[in-house]
Design a protein. Sequence first.
Length: 486
Amino acid sequence: MEETGETRGVGTAVLGGGPAGLTAAYVLSLRGEKAEVFEADGLVGGIAKTVEFNGYRFDLGGHRFFTKLKPIERLWEEMLGDEFLTRPRLSRIFYQGKYFAYPLQAKDVVGRLGLVESARCALSYAWSRIRPKGEPESFEDWVTKHFGARLYDAFFRSYTEKVWGIPGSEIQAEWAAQRIKNFSLFKAVLSMLNLRRTHVTTLIDEFRYPRLGPGQMWEAFERHVEERGIPVRLNHRCTSIGHDGRGRVESVVVRTNGSETEVAVDRVLSSIPLSELVLSLDPPPPPDVVAAAQSLRYRELCLVALIIDDVTPFPDTWIYLHDPDIRAGRVQNFGAWSESMVRPGTTCLGVEYFCFEGDEIWEMPDVDAVELATAELERIGLVDPSRVLDGVKVRVPRAYPMYDSNYHDALPVLREYVRGFTNLRTFGRNGLHRYNNQDHSMWTAILATLDLLDGAGHDVWSVNTESEYHEEGELVEGLLDAELVG
């Protein structure tokens, strides 16, 4: 560790420079608090950063900006102004060699599945309602109970297992309840089968998006907090968090350029992976807490960017690849997201491969990954290989927190242990090990920061589970206006 004499104090240490961490820093800047942000990567934004390659910009997964949290929406607009675009949405599902409009359209689905299969889906749904199996424990149980086994097999088994790398029977039901309880795919299918006669609210057909990709938003946040006296330290990874053994954090150790420096802290706001946070505590937690942290799992992502000598190889913003014979899970057309992200007369496609660290696709050299992605898109009629000019593979570690059987037992142990620290709060997707979107990650950052500063008692673990936190209730309308914006 670098010898610095007296340990430098930073006030509040914000760990992680993604959407959640930068939002926490934003709140601190409005309050005039002394703080520093430590980000392990060389760019801000986390999984929502924008990567540049040979004059092209691309997103790591396609990050739409859409929210029911009006204060968050206003904050986005204030940050980017005219650079915050409104974009049309067009997406499809590729399944069993056919393309389905998404959200599903009745005539499209009936025409492609056929009347017989549609009738079987209806009977399967009816059977699931007549003979329910009790409280669902897994993703597969949850979907089957609510929509029937036939619809689960037809549209979600292969894609879900491709995304997560484990059977749907091993994914906890909480993930389904959180992510798809109002998912319009099911409503559309039920409407198609005349099993749902009420009005079906479809997925949004337009969304907001920064002109130069989502990283433009987080770079604006970075500038904003630095102008207000909060430095954002890139390439600074937190390796250790020192505490007094009685519930108070006293310092953090950060590594940069091969050396480590210890800094004194008054508080810590953490959006880094929950397991990483707990395992970095010094002295270490009790063995059961360490075991719980070690049991949490993450799903990685490899994005293969293909530069195409064609403005519109297909019209969609993105396409879901449900077909199990295709290893890729989704493909993005970044020229359709924003023309400013690509060179005139061309586009950039982002082919997404969900994996675990060490898998074949994770270890595959760039040139082989580009060949694989090109061949798969050619096979389903999306790309002419002769028009692929260049490509690159980007690894995204810990992209998605997993809701497996370990999660169910481990999270309460970790949550209770972390609750014992008086000056430490966790938030964001990885900080809570919850599959939150950008807006909910920002909202947890706001609540956690206010709770740390004021002892307000906000429950970040309820965001995206309780309606008051993700609908336009009094809390959502009032908190930012009253405490941040005024």
